[in-house]
Design a protein around this ligand. Structure first.
Ligand code: FE
Ligand code: FE
Length: 268
């Protein structure tokens, strides 16, 4: 995986993305105030119990993509285009780098968990950077000062470094703040290879894949797969300034691709 295969959009520099401080969009800051206040271990367990039975809906990938076209992501300082355009841009940047087909389809579906908004979830329970709950919050998370508003930050167990976890227990055993990554992982987990599932499940886990935090909870498989999460992240992030994809022209290619990996509708 060569970084040189991952072009930053013309006229954009890597430092132009995820620039929370300079842009200082008030909606982004307010988003993280709510997110860090309400994402407690109990909240995450409740959402998992509610959603992960996948008994709400049966939908194709296309149906889910078309819904996403109506959504604007408050947590993202970089948005200027629709979600379906972002899905196609991400997939196309992976395709242009001659990556395998499973990786291209991963780009297409990676944000489909945002259909949680369809069920009336507030954006702070769907999008934004994720972080472990049930153990100490890291200052490497964006806007860490807002964790003081989270009741878990004074809990006798959840506020300790390990919290409810064993050292190196593996991320599969760690509860991350609830959002679209975990949801889409469960929806597609029987259809894609392990590398793809890591990219989907942890693409918003910036404290781990970007800041190198929480290694004490990771196991050897997590560390081995981290490179795929990072590779994916660069296509997700740096394709955002690319030209607008022609959804109509691209449709036949992506219909074939979706049919290859998801021949029948998915349970959501
Ligand atoms: Fe995402
Ligand atoms: Fe994305």
């Amino acid at each position: 995986m060569q970084d040189t295969q991952l072009p930053v959009a013309p006229g954009k520099d890597a430092s132009d993305f995820r620039n929370f401080a300079a842009e200082a969009r008030d909606t982004v800051k307010e988003f993280y105030r709510l997110n860090h206040t309400h994402q407690t271990l109990d909240f995450v367990r409740d959402k998992k119990a509610d959603y992960l039975s996948l008994s709400r809906k049966r939908m194709t990938v296309w149906e889910a993509l078309e819904f996403l076209d109506t959504l604007v992501d408050d947590s993202d300082p970089d948005v200027d285009f629709t979600q379906i355009e972002h899905a196609l841009q991400t997939a196309e940047s992976i395709r242009r780098a001659n990556q395998p087909r499973w990786f291209i389809v991963t780009g297409l579906v990676h944000d489909l968990g945002k259909i949680l908004c369809l069920y009336g979830e507030p954006q702070w329970a769907v999008v934004g950077d994720t972080f472990p709950v049930g153990c100490q919050f890291s200052t490497a998370c964006v806007y860490p000062e807002f964790f003081a508003l989270n009741t878990d930050s004074t809990h006798p167990v959840y506020s300790t470094r390990l919290g409810i976890y064993e050292p190196n227990c593996g991320l599969d055993n760690v509860h991350l703040s609830w959002g679209h990554d975990e949801y889409v992982y469960h929806v597609v987990k029987n259809h894609l290879p392990t590398e793809a599932l890591y990219a989907l499940r942890y693409h918003s886990f910036y404290p781990w894949h970007k800041e190198g935090e929480y290694d004490y909870l990771a196991n050897d498989q997590d560390r081995e797969m981290l490179k795929w999460v990072r590779a994916f992240n660069r296509y997700d992030l740096y394709s955002k300034g690319d030209g607008r994809p022609d959804a109509k022209a691209l449709r036949p290619y992506y219909e074939d691709l979706v049919n290859e990996f998801f021949p029948t509708p998915l349970q959501w």
